[in-house]
Write a protein that binds this ligand. Structure first.
Ligand SMILES: Cc1cc2nc3c(=O)[nH]c(=O)nc-3n(C[C@H](O)[C@H](O)[C@H](O)COP(=O)(O)OP(=O)(O)OC[C@H]3O[C@@H](n4cnc5c(N)ncnc54)[C@H](O)[C@@H]3O)c2cc1C
Length: 326
């Protein structure tokens, strides 16, 4: 068995970043162990977006017809099972999110495959794969091997791999829908959109994030205004969301969202607990403002200052005023 099958993750055709990030991982796998990289697109909603996945390491794009208008975990599992039996890949990649979690484990069991959820690194050692994920509430990194397994299923953490930039030369193959072998014991009622005021921090390239260091809810508008002036998306640590100072959708971290597309992360009064770092430590440029010089946020920061965060916010405001006046 060789090669990689990558399942494109989308909600009603809205493709998540993890889909192209998994192509980055597939490219790494291909280098370590040659074999075809195949992207799988299920459903009419993504049929027009095949070019999005025609990136350097991709050899084939398999477009699978589907009668289901909504994501259906049983259908994804059945399509995946039939494609694994047909193409015999050694690695199957699925996004680690609500969709992927709904079928990745079942798929691994049905195939008798090795399985690791929420991986953020993968390496080849001799003839086996070693995956890395977090353990014990993200306090430790855990590595996992798959002895005796010819195929493994991995669900991949968002923001862990870089999507390749180079265009590819992939062949497009259209496949018929897979007939369901089991009758569902449930039906899809309706799709509920998240509240329209909700932001998607995972898509922002510039995030300004506030933590408990801002001290009081009454200071939040001051930082919201600063974020707007800077052109940043306002985000926060968990205590800020838990206190209701900002919406949960703005929380970065393990139980919030990863800053998956972020290139610049400005952290005001955030200590840098492991659960928060989980969502942002990969960011290229991190600027930390924290009066405690031993705060763990400085372990991942590119630049940092121990100056009071209100003083820094004032200085930025003044600099922006001066720029506007100039
Ligand atoms: C299962 C689990 C899941 C979790 N998930 C998440 C998650 O998704 N996201 C998340 O963020 N947390 C998460 N947490 C909580 C996490 O462990 C921390 O408690 C939290 O991240 C701390 O938030 P904070 O940095 O804002 O607050 P604190 O840890 O209290 O840090 C505040 C910082 O502000 C600094 N400060 C104070 N005053 C000033 C000032 N005037 N100027 C400059 N700096 C100042 C302090 O030095 C301090 O370092 C989770 C915890 C658990 C157990």
């Amino acid at each position: 068995m060789s090669g990689v099958l990558v399942f494109v993750d989308h909600t009603r055709g809205d493709v998540s970043n993890i889909s192209t990030e998994m192509i980055g991982l597939a490219g790494e796998i291909k280098q370590a162990s040659p074999g075809a990289v195949r992207m799988v697109l299920i459903g009419a909603a993504v049929a027009a977006q095949t070019e999005l996945f025609n990136l350097e390491p991709v050899d084939e794009i398999l477009q699978v017809d589907s009668p289901a208008p909504e994501f259906d975990a049983s259908e994804y599992q059945e399509v995946a099972e039939s494609l694994v039996r047909r193409y015999r890949p050694s690695v199957v990649l699925v996004g680690h999110n609500a969709n992927g979690m709904a079928y990745a484990g079942g798929l691994a069991v049905a195939l008798g495959a090795g399985f690791c959820a929420d991986i953020f690194a993968l390496r080849r050692e001799d003839t086996t794969w070693i995956a890395t994920r977090s353990g014990f509430g993200s306090k430790l990194n855990v590595t996992m091997g798959f002895p005796g397994k010819s195929v493994i299923v991995l669900s991949v953490r968002a923001g862990s791999f870089k999507a390749p930039m180079g265009r590819g030369n992939a062949a497009l193959i259209t496949l018929p829908a897979v007939a369901p072998s089991v009758r569902h014991s449930w039906t899809h009622e309706r799709f509920i959109d998240p509240p329209s005021e909700g932001v998607d921090i995972s898509k922002s390239e510039f995030i300004m994030s506030i933590g408990r260091g801002v001290q009081d809810e009454k200071h939040v508008p001051r930082f919201a205004g600063l974020a707007e002036r800077l052109g940043a998306t306002l985000a926060c640590s968990r205590p800020v969301a838990d206190s209701g100072w900002l919406q949960k959708s703005r929380q970065v971290g393990l139980t919030g969202k990863p800053a998956a597309s972020c290139k610049l992360y400005l952290a005001f009064g955030i200590s840098g607990a492991v659960q928060h770092l989980w969502g942002m430590k990969h960011v290229e440029t991190i600027i930390a403002v924290n009066t405690d010089h031993s705060a763990p946020i400085f372990d991942v920061a590119t630049f940092g200052t121990t100056t009071d965060l209100f003083a820094i916010a004032d200085s930025i405001d003044k600099a922006l005023d001066a720029k506007r006046g100039a």
